[in-house]
Ligand binder design. Sequence first.
Ligand code: SAM
Length: 192
Amino acid sequence: MSLLKLAHQYIENELCLGDRAIDATVGNGHDTLFLAKQVGNTGRVYGFDIQRAAIVATTALVQHSQLLNHVTLIQASHADMATHIPISQQGKITACMFNLGYLPKGDKRIITQTSSTLLALTAACQLLAPQGIMTILAYPGHVGGDVETARVSEWSEQLDSKQFAVSTQFSATPSPSAPRLLVVRKLCGDES
Ligand SMILES: C[S@@+](CC[C@H](N)C(=O)[O-])C[C@H]1O[C@@H](n2cnc3c(N)ncnc32)[C@H](O)[C@@H]1O
């Protein structure tokens, strides 16, 4: 099973009709559509991408499945996600997906950047509901992806184990350049 399918499986086990979810990197919209189908017409998906092409492609894909009314697409960095999610929904997000790297079939020079990715991961931790889940698919095989993957792994290791459980899944044929999937589960509410 691909790591992307595995990420979907983790989320499928948690995300129900009526829930809220975030796609932090909408790209061509496949993950947004997956999340939108899971939450149905009583839920909501918030999707972020810095590229207009990604927002346009995702709008068309989700519209085709008649789920656009339940999806909010935002052309902005995921680092700023907290400023775009209504206060009433903060701490109530059941699932958040990150699929790092570049837009498939798009401009491969536009990649997720370590500094904004780390800010976004920290913001997502705050936005998650207790028992909420976050999947992070990281690709060390492209230039910049190696450092980003290493920093994301370090970031996950320093999370408070009383508040978050982290697991990492590797490709069936592991190598330093093979993708990996980090799964972060929020165990309880923020203590602050
Ligand atoms: C691997 S693609 C995502 C694939 C997507 N989930 C799908 O189903 O097609 C990564 C995406 O992250 C986007 N991205 C890069 N930096 C970003 C940022 N700071 N905030 C949000 N999206 C970003 C890229 O534009 C690209 O579309």
